[in-house]
Design a protein around this ligand. Structure first.
Ligand code: ADP
Ligand code: ZN
Length: 605
């Protein structure tokens, strides 16, 4: 069985190897064992059920929550030469009939549908007469109230094992918590399921977190490094989306907005334009992203802090699904904390408490000085893989520590104490820098011994250090007004027994991370661009997303190997037989012409 699956992987998808846990997950399907597979976005979940489906005798049903997701996957499968279809309410009646006829004639390998359709009487009647290989439940966390996207219609899937007791069920999700896993097993009545949980690290994502100083300039500097590439700019509020979008457009960037306040049709059009690569940049609230499988999002910018690391992980997770490097830049400010606190204030007490803990973790992440990858892994309960990830601002050494951190921290803490632990971060920073603010003068805090102790620094810098001390738990914010108090741990600093880490934002240009160097190694960027143009043309003509034609990884591999023949073309990662047949000629002639004009060597390994 595994040999067959392996050859299908090569033949249809052009991949020679499994990604982590894919093999185990496929083995479960192949051998009829129920399974729950938890892999992060981009971990290759779909292939876990698609590859076995191709080699098994019967039909595989895939349950999916959104029509857009089904459509994307079915398009991609057909592009690879796998007979797949979907039935959903957006199809005309005769289209639906055609699909059902294909099912009956056993021509299909995979059939996508919604959960409510699957458990409907008519579908079950049909399926009882068919040989089923597997039912794959995609986005399986939707059955659980503990997940982040509970969908009541998914609950009906509990009936599945009752109606079709012999069928193998595979559940696939990116939501990691144990609670959700257990709930999925229970709700779906899985039989001794294998539970496969992958690492949540996304090594190809380069995390960068900076205090927000000049939002527009910071955003533009990221955009300028990614000219011509696809990316998302997230804003907290709708009005920020509109403002940012208008400004960027005026500056000549190729942008469109997306938020829940827009007309349905406009939203859909803008999403389509992004998927089809007619527009490079989407400025959006977090309403944007669900149901988007676009694999070559090269950067995600957060112009404000998300309210939890779960959200951050999910939103940044939309970058780099193809495994190639992608940049995730977060620009935060202490004010974001206050904004969220206000927005969360009318929740139920219990839920509010949880939300505030999550908010605090998020803020600690921003102000912290630990490896970003490790901080995320630890938060999700997984052990960090290595000390230096080589793909975050901390590990790349972009954030330099200041030399006299202990002395500086002592000045700050002593000021907090002198202020009687009754004032917030902004006020404390103003006192430390010797501001002539009216309130300070009225309170006579200009006569404190700590007044002006850090006058050589800007208030903003000092405010940042206060945040960092809070992130490392030397200071805490208490009460309704977020006044600063020194923690027990903070007293170690006061006494000089412990040295905190205080950062100064580096002025030097960002280093190129290891991930970036690797995936561009040997790639001719000019040829890559030429192939991108070719791909865009094909996609437009066929009315499918560009990344469904070829992923960025495949294009880079072409521009690296520069094959001269059909045989050599199959060496390229992501080129299976059907794609070679369909696009081989165009690809080969583009490569040939480019290499001739530029006197480039071909057939590099
Ligand atoms: P998920 O659903 O877990 O987010 P996908 O199934 O969309 O992930 O796969 C993510 C990307 O990885 C896709 O571009 C896919 O083609 C690619 N991929 C999947 N399996 C492999 C493999 N074995 N080798 C190389 N690339 C793979
Ligand atoms: Zn790191």
């Amino acid at each position: 069985m595994m040999d067959k699956i392996r050859s299908a992987l090569v033949k249809y998808w052009g991949y020679n190897d499994f990604l982590p846990l894919q093999k185990d997950a496929m083995e479960c399907v192949g051998h009829g064992r129920d399974s729950i597979v938890v892999l992060p976005t981009g971990g290759g979940k779909s292939l876990c059920f698609q590859a076995p489906a191709v080699v098994m005798q019967g039909l595989t049903i895939v349950v999916s929550p959104l029509i857009s997701l089904m459509k994307d996957q079915v398009d991609a499968l057909r592009e690879c030469g796998v007979p797949a279809a979907r039935v959903d309410s957006s199809l005309e009646l005769d289209e639906q009939r055609a699909v059902l006829a294909a099912v009956r004639s056993k021509k299909l390998k995979l059939l996508y549908m919604s959960p409510e359709r699957l458990v409907s009487e008519r579908t079950i009647e049909l399926l009882k007469q068919m040989q089923l290989s597997c039912v794959a439940v995609d986005e399986a966390h939707c059955v659980s109230m503990w997940g982040h996207d509970f969908r009541p219609e998914y609950r009906q899937l509990g009936l599945l094992k009752k109606i079709l007791p012999d069928v193998t069920v595979g559940a696939y999700t990116a939501t990691a918590t144990e609670h959700v896993c257990r709930d999925i097993a229970e709700q779906l009545h899985l039989e001794k399921p294998a539970i496969l949980v992958g690492s949540f690290d996304r090594p190809n994502l380069i995390y960068k977190v900076r205090p927000r100083t000049n939002k527009l300039r910071q955003v533009c500097s990221v955009l300028d490094q990614h000219r011509g590439e696809s990316g998302i700019v997230y804003c907290i509020r709708r009005k920020d989306v509109d403002a940012m979008c208008a400004t960027l457009k005026a500056k000549g960037y190729n942008v469109l907005p997306y938020h829940a306040g827009m007309e349905d049709q406009d939203r859909k059009d803008n999403q389509d334009a992004f998927i089809r690569e007619k527009v490079d940049i989407i400025v959006a609230t977090i309403a944007f992203g669900m149901g988007i499988d676009k694999s070559n999002v090269r950067y995600v910018i957060h112009t404000g802090m998300p309210k939890s690391l779960e959200h951050y992980q999910q939103e940044t997770g939309r970058a780099g699904r193809d495994g190639l490097e992608a940049e995730c830049c977060l620009f935060y400010s202490g004010g974001d904390y206050g904004t969220w606190k206000g927005l969360l204030s009318d929740m139920e007490p219990e839920a509010h408490k949880i939300a505030m803990v999550k908010l605090d973790h998020m803020y600690g992440y921003c102000t912290g000085a630990a490896c970003r990858h490790n901080a995320i892994l630890r938060y999700f309960g997984q052990a960090p893989a290595k000390d230096n990830c080589g793909a975050c601002d901390t590990c790349l050494g972009e954030l330099d520590g200041i030399e006299n951190a202990l002395e500086t921290a002592q000045k700050i803490l002593s000021c907090v104490l002198r202020l009687g632990e009754r004032f917030g971060g902004g006020y404390t920073a103003a006192v430390l820098t010797g501001s002539n603010d009216k309130r300070i003068l009225e309170n006579r805090h200009d006569s404190l011994s700590t007044y002006g102790l850090l006058a050589e620094h800007s208030t903003r810098t000092v405010r940042g250090w206060i945040d960092q001390l809070e992130g490392q738990a030397y200071i805490e914010k208490v009460g309704d007004y977020n006044v600063l108090a020194v923690t027990q741990k903070g007293w170690h600093i006061v006494r000089g027994n412990e040295t905190p880490r205080l950062l100064k934002p580096a002025e030097k240009p960002a280093k190129v991370s290891r991930a970036v160097e690797d995936s561009w190694e040997g790639v001719d960027k000019g040829l890559f661009e030429a192939l991108r143009k070719l791909r865009a043309g094909i996609a437009r003509k066929k009315g499918i997303p560009a990344y469904v034609v070829f992923g960025d990884a495949a294009l880079r591999d072409m521009a690296r190997r520069r094959p001269s023949s059909y045989i050599r073309l199959l060496d390229v990662k992501g080129v299976g037989e059907k794609k070679r047949r369909q696009y081989g000629e165009a690809v080969l002639s583009t490569i040939e012409a480019y290499c001739r004009t530029n006197s480039l060597e071909m057939d590099c390994h």
